[in-house]
Write a protein that binds this ligand. Structure first.
Ligand code: SF4
Length: 617
């Protein structure tokens, strides 16, 4: 076993880095279990900085579940910021867990939570800091298993070279099953450096678990032009398709979350009220991959909230879901929470539906601070909103704006996307027109104090959505549309913010690529790419060079669309939603035909048949 990092060495490193509390551990509610008492030791790794990772509810859910098991333990590690990474390399200190300060190589399993493609290079940075070989094929029986789960794993191919296995879908049950399998399998009795025999046997057994994908048990096929033809299973244990795990009902939420010593992105109590969304927006990957919709009972949410607040001292509570206003008993829940906590606890609704009902809900909870309300019309014209199946009208927006401004809010933020399929300049002009209309409503109530901010991101066609075949907007079109918006958004009271577009191409590349991207990701990391979601760290030149040096045609994956009949790199991942449904939705999109919310009418996406469940109870 390797040495635990001493406090003395840690202190020496911390003296020279920003925000040392990122690296000290010992936070309130963190769990330090006896090392020797556990038969399976996992470290949950988040490939971004501590403040982001600590706001991730998924990691906290798994931490809680694994630590509730007597025979297992889970600790945490986050990506050291470049100043700390440099200090660790200078001191020869490998990446360690926050709880026991043991190196990652001491654990049985290193489990990455992977929710965003731009974090891929940071995974490599963490493996390298841990002293682990980057390639799964180079890790032997003496080393931990390196696994991953999360929404960015629904196309696992770009990272297939680096992970021993990937969990597709909800992780709660699958991670525990993997832990049990590992416990029963036992560590390698010989564990000779260089031998992979024990590991290979374990991976074959793991491939039989539902939702577990073992990349080394598959070989990709390409035609003579380099066009991807599909994956071939090379072991009898490997299923042709891996079906995403769905937990149902949702397991009880964690009620003793770790409380950080420094401010994090979402520094508040969090309860997931609902998983999944049946609205069917055609650009939205989460709306497909988290089907079917599952809701927690009001009493369970209320009780969990009370326990979290008691165990943490938080005075803010976030009710999380993809679309919290769609949680059916939302009014009842808010009434009960308000009755129970009164003014002591501020309740936040992270996503508001675009209607006056949502404003009414916001009005119930935002008694103290009326900072601003955010809505997401996503597109500037009704035609384009119909194309993307965003079932809201301009009347909905006007009503919501009227309700918000008349109830005292002075600022409204609107989210839009550009680069959507079939988009024209007129659709982009529509964004500015809507913003001006909303501002005019605000002016009637608040005069020149009214504000409308428009935040625009670039649409990326993501796997498993009806738009998965679409191309990425060209740089020229994007530039022209930015110009249209800038001109349309001039004037007092209007603000325009663009999400950084430089990383869009890389995000599309990593979301839509196949295994040929492994060497590209590795080369980009060698050239300095890491923390790619951070504007100040994003290195477009490293990615350009990595593509050039590896001879990979990035446009094939990122820019060009796929043909509908073509094999897709993520075809072996079965979300439960049928491909024929996605094709139908894509065709309906081109005809600007809307599809109703699952709650109004079932559109036979396939989920209910696949999992043998009724989507709404
Ligand atoms: S089976 Fe029907 S109700 Fe269930 S998620 Fe699919 S479309 Fe929605």
């Amino acid at each position: 076993m390797s040495a635990v990092l001493s406090r003395e060495v840690l202190d020496r490193m911390l003296a020279g880095v920003e925000k040392p509390a990122r690296y000290t551990g010992a936070e309130w509610n963190s769990v330090v279990k006896p090392w020797e008492g556990a038969r399976v030791r996992m470290v949950l790794a988040f490939p971004d900085v501590y403040e982001i990772g600590m706001s991730n509810l998924g990691l906290m859910v798994l931490y809680d579940l694994v630590n509730a098991r007597e025979d297992m333990l889970a600790e945490r590690t986050y990506a050291p910021w470049p100043d700390m990474a440099a200090a660790m390399r200078a001191q020869g200190v490998p990446l360690y867990s926050l709880e026991s300060r043991r190196p990652l190589t001491d654990f049985d399993v290193v489990g990455f939570s992977l929710g965003y493609e731009l974090n891929f290079t940071t995974v490599l940075e963490m493996l390298d800091l841990a002293g682990l070989p980057l390639l799964a094929s180079e890790r032997d029986d003496t080393m931990p298993l390196v696994i991953a789960g999360g929404s960015a794993c629904y196309n696992p191919e770009p990272m297939a070279d680096f992970f021993d296995l990937v969990v597709i879908g909800d992780g709660e049950e699958a991670l525990l099953e993997l832990g049990e399998l590992y416990r029963d399998f036992g560590r390698s009795p010989v564990a000779e450096p260089g031998s992979r025999a024990h590991r290979a046997r374990f991976l074959r057994a793991a491939a039989t678990l539902a939702g577990v994908y073992v990349p080394e048990l598959y070989r990709p096929r390409y035609d003579e032009t380099g066009c991807y033809q599909g994956l071939e299973a090379v072991a009898p244990e490997a299923p042709d398709r891996v079906t995403a795990r769905v937990v149902r009902p949702l397991p009880p939420p964690p009620t003793r979350p770790v409380v950080p010593y420094l401010e994090t992105v979402h520094d508040r109590a969090m309860v997931e009220v609902r998983r999944g969304c049946g609205r069917g927006c055609r650009f939205c990957q989460a709306g497909i991959i988290y089907r079917p919709v599952r809701e927690r009972p009001v009493a369970e949410v209320e009780e969990a909230a009370a326990r979290i607040i008691a165990s943490t001292g938080y005075d803010e509570l976030g009710l999380l879901s993809l679309s919290t206003c769609d949680y059916r008993p939302i009014e009842q829940l808010l009434e009960r929470l308000i009755a129970r906590f009164g003014e002591e606890v501020a309740i936040s609704l992270p996503s508001l539906r675009l209607d006056s009902f949502s404003v009414k809900l916001a009005d119930m909870v935002q008694r103290r601070r009326r900072t601003g309300l955010t809505f997401a019309p996503e597109a500037g014209t009704q035609r384009l909103r119909d194309v993307i199946n965003k079932n809201v009208t301009e009347d909905n927006l006007r009503e919501a704006a009227e309700a918000a401004f008349s109830h005292g809010w002075q600022r409204i933020k609107l989210y839009f996307m550009v680069g959507l399929p079939t988009e024209t300049d007129e659709d982009v002009e529509g964004i500015a027109r809507l913003a001006r209309e909303v501002l005019a409503i605000g002016r009637r109530h608040h005069g020149r104090r009214a504000r409308v901010s428009v935040s625009v991101s670039t649409f990326i066609p993501k796997p498993h959505t009806p738009f998965q075949w679409a191309p990425l907007v060209s740089d020229d079109d994007l530039e022209r549309r930015q110009g249209i918006l800038r001109r349309g958004m001039r004037g007092q009271g209007l603000e325009l913010a663009w999400h950084d577009v430089r990383a869009t191409y890389v995000e599309a590349l990593l979301a839509r690529g196949d295994r040929r991207l492994g060497p590209v990701i590795r080369r980009a990391w060698e050239l300095g790419a890491r923390f790619d979601p951070w504007e100040e760290h994003f290195r477009p030149e490293a990615w350009r060079r990595a593509l050039k040096e590896t001879g990979v045609d990035g446009d094939r994956f990122a820019r060009n669309g796929y043909d509908m009949g073509q094999a897709l790199p993520w075809d072996h991942v079965d979300t439960g939603v049928r491909r024929s449904f996605l094709e139908r939705e894509c065709r309906r999109a081109l005809g600007a035909e809307r599809t109703p919310d699952c709650f109004e009418a079932c559109s036979a996406c396939g989920v209910s048949g696949r999992y043998g469940v009724a989507c709404w109870e």
